[in-house]
Ligand binder design. Structure first.
Ligand SMILES: C[S@@+](CC[C@H](N)C(=O)[O-])C[C@H]1O[C@@H](n2cnc3c(N)ncnc32)[C@H](O)[C@@H]1O
Length: 281
């Protein structure tokens, strides 16, 4: 699956940056980008982005979706916008190593106030950002503004409410996931934003919204070392906020993390997922 040359090239260049030791704060995001590629492929397959399209990727990070789009729609150009200049620097390095830097413009700016002209883009996309911001409506309205009439806005994000596990997780692992979700909430985020994407598009004045669910299924033991590392890194980086927010003691966090590490060897069926919602300007 997804072993086309472009995907393999992206994965190789992304993993080189993740393992270079240069970006300790971003290694988890780079690994996550590689791990979640199959789901982005499902999403891209329903987006029908035309060759030569102009696209804005809002909250582009290290470029997971930006890089996919550059291969998916020949000749397209992407403005990759993020608050994090280091993430954009990494994106620039990966794009350069793939020979597509001339089709990406990195822009360090807030998603709520992009500074981009109105009505410019064929597509404006946003993946895994809305779960982090206190007012996602503000971001979606800005996305609608910069999209041309007849263009489309696409949102992709998680919803932790969808989590089927058989057999159930051990209690410390459940507590750990709950604490990490609650911590994101304390910082103004929302890991149940997936179910709200449709409403956000409608409230931004966009037309004919469509919502697609993209399941993530892990059946059996988590064997892939990259998947194990991406999950453990994502959880571990939340330790300071979880502890500072009084959600777990340092000892409880560390014990639960060990329980999670051991649990990756368990034979379990898990389904989580993300939503894609898109609508017309
Ligand atoms: C989890 S990452 C997702 C990155 C990328 N879209 C992906 O799918 O891998 C969230 C990104 O949103 C960025 N971000 C958070 N708040 C932002 C804001 N208000 N404006 C712009 N970017 C923001 C972060 O810097 C980070 O790069």
């Amino acid at each position: 699956m997804n072993e086309d040359p472009w995907s393999l090239a992206i994965a190789g260049a992304t993993m080189r940056e993740a393992e270079s030791g240069r970006w300790p704060e971003h290694a988890w995001l780079l690994r996550q980008s590689v791990q979640t590629r199959p789901y982005r492929a499902m999403l891209l397959s329903v987006m029908d982005v035309a060759a030569g399209a102009s696209i804005a990727d809002v909250g582009a990070g290290t470029g997971a979706l930006t890089l996919d789009l550059l291969g998916h729609a020949p000749g397209c150009r992407v403005v990759a916008l993020d608050l994090d200049a280091v993430a954009l620097e990494i994106l620039g390095r990966i794009a350069a190593s793939l020979g597509v830097a001339d089709r990406v413009e990195a822009r360090s700016a807030p998603a709520q106030l992009t500074g981009l002209p109105s009505g410019q883009f064929d597509w404006t996309v946003c993946r895994y950002l809305l779960q982090h911001v206190p007012d996602p409506g503000e971001v979606v309205r800005e996305m609608a503004r910069i999209t041309r009439p007849g263009g489309r806005v696409a949102l992709m994000d998680v919803d932790d409410g969808i989590d089927l596990a058989y057999p159930p997780y051990p209690q410390p692992v459940k507590d750990l996931y709950a604490a990490v979700g609650a911590s994101q909430g304390q910082s103004g985020g929302d890991r149940q934003v997936g179910r709200k994407l449709h409403r956000l598009l409608v409230d931004a004045g966009l037309a004919r919204p469509v919502v697609v669910f993209c399941p993530h299924i892990q059946a059996g033991v988590v064997r892939d070392p990259g998947a194990r590392a991406a999950l453990l890194e994502r959880i571990t980086r939340n330790r300071p906020q979880v502890v500072a927010g009084g959600l777990m003691t340092p000892q409880a966090f560390d014990e639960a993390l060990e329980a999670l590490r051991a649990d990756l060897d368990s034979d379990r069926f898990v389904m989580t997922g993300e939503f894609l919602a898109m609508a017309w300007r």
